[in-house]
Design a protein around this ligand. Structure first.
Ligand SMILES: Nc1nc2c(ncn2[C@@H]2O[C@H](COP(=O)(O)OP(=O)(O)OP(=O)(O)O)[C@@H](O)[C@H]2O)c(=O)[nH]1
Ligand SMILES: [Mg+2]
Length: 359
């Protein structure tokens, strides 16, 4: 299945400039986050044409980026024929409208959260997934209504405009609220249905694969169950949860649950909206936390995942760490857990045994 949403007439790829304000707490972390934003922008179907960084002790309260840098951004946009600026730092509605004004009114400004929401909108396949994305987008819009109107009436298409659709974006806050209520009600029904399905599976324990996006959860699911769920080298390839039966030994079957990956600073609208599918995680008997051991920043990724699990009240669940991609990992792998490679199959027998033991 193609990764990107296919359009009847493929629109030209949106040309974007990445902009970030580095407030100096941690330069390495800042660089990693900018790289991640780059990957997110590409996953959303954009061409990244330039990257600009401003170092200052705090973001500009009026326009996020200080005026000196705005001129530079504007110049870069002109030279590179870019239509959009993506900011790493979260934008307040007022900062966004001010920044757009300062950039001359031709360039739209979006932040990381909008890009993530957009990828989710493109990758949602099931009706449940679509409901959840719409809910997250509406919640985000409700919180950013002042800025949203201006920008969206100008944008022809591209990130930030998919999903609920322009007509709905133009309605007032009250209208959005009632739509949110309706979606929440529908998702409640989904949750009830899921609970019933879970009850009917009783007897076969569920093992949920969790981890940072792109860690290799779906690959591991395929390797353990012999299935062929979609795998891709980009963030948020998986959105809708998938359950597959896997045989651990002659006497033991489990249901593996693959679900949406986590990311640092996961927008809170998304966590709330994905409660129904994340219940696969919270109701599982066991978690396998898949860590990409080849990623130099696995420690940061690991702690992001752990903090999201805490938010989901799943931090106390029995958990096995699976250090994945050990075929290419040069990084030293620390502590407990099983070293595996979904690609070569190394360590899978041990992982199966560890899962069986833990159950
Ligand atoms: N070298 C190597 N690459 C791997 C391994 N496991 C997965 N990959 C690659 O890592 C990328 C991400 O794999 P996925 O299985 O889609 O990762 P995921 O955790 O499901 O990612 P999302 O669904 O996007 O959150 C793909 O390009 C895989 O081919 C492995 O053991 N070794
Ligand atoms: Mg996946």
């Amino acid at each position: 299945m193609p990764k990107q949403a296919t359009h009847a007439t493929a629109p030209p790829r949106q040309r974007v400039i990445l902009a970030g304000v580095d407030t100096g707490q941690d330069h390495v972390r800042f660089d990693v986050e900018m790289d991640e934003l780059d990957a997110l922008a590409r996953a959303a179907g954009c061409d990244v044409v330039a990257r600009l960084v401003q170092r200052r002790p705090s973001v500009d309260p009026a326009s996020l980026i200080g005026s000196g840098k705005v001129t530079e951004v504007s110049e870069a946009a002109r030279l590179n024929n870019a239509s959009t600026v993506l900011t790493l730092n979260a934008l307040r509605p007022r900062q966004r409208t001010n920044l757009e004004k300062l950039l001359g009114g031709e360039i739209s400004v979006l932040d990381r959260t909008v890009v993530i929401l957009d990828i989710f909108a493109q990758h949602a396949r099931t009706s449940e997934g679509k409901l959840q994305v719409e809910l997250a987008q509406l919640k985000h819009q409700a919180a950013n209504l002042i800025g949203a109107r201006d920008a969206l009436s100008r944008l022809g298409g591209g990130i930030g405009t998919r999903g609920p659709g322009e007509t709905k974006l133009e309605v007032d806050r009250r209208h959005i609220r009632s739509r949110i209520e309706l979606l929440e009600k529908q998702l409640d029904d989904v949750r009830t249905r899921r609970r019933e399905q879970r009850r009917s599976r009783e007897g076969t324990p569920v093992v949920a694969l969790v981890g940072y996006t792109n860690a290799g959860k779906s690959s591991l699911m395929n390797a353990l169950s012999g299935s062929t769920v979609f795998v891709a080298d980009q963030p948020f390839a998986t959105l809708d949860p998938t359950l597959r039966k896997a045989r651990l030994s002659d006497s033991r079957d489990v249901v593996l649950a693959d679900t949406v990956g986590f990311i640092s600073d996961l927008p809170k609208e998304l966590v709330a909206a994905f409660r129904a599918t994340l219940e696969e995680v919270t109701s599982a008997s066991l978690l396998v936390h898949v860590i990409d051991a080849s990623n130099p920043f696995w420690e940061r990724q690991r702690s992001s995942v752990e903090s999201i699990l805490k938010d989901l009240e799943a931090a106390d669940k029995p958990t096995i760490i699976a250090w994945n991609k050990t075929d290419v990992a040069s990084a030293h792998i620390g502590g407990e857990g099983i070293a595996v490679s979904a690609k070569t199959g190394a360590g899978l027998a041990e992982l199966r045994a560890a899962i069986e033991n833990a159950l």
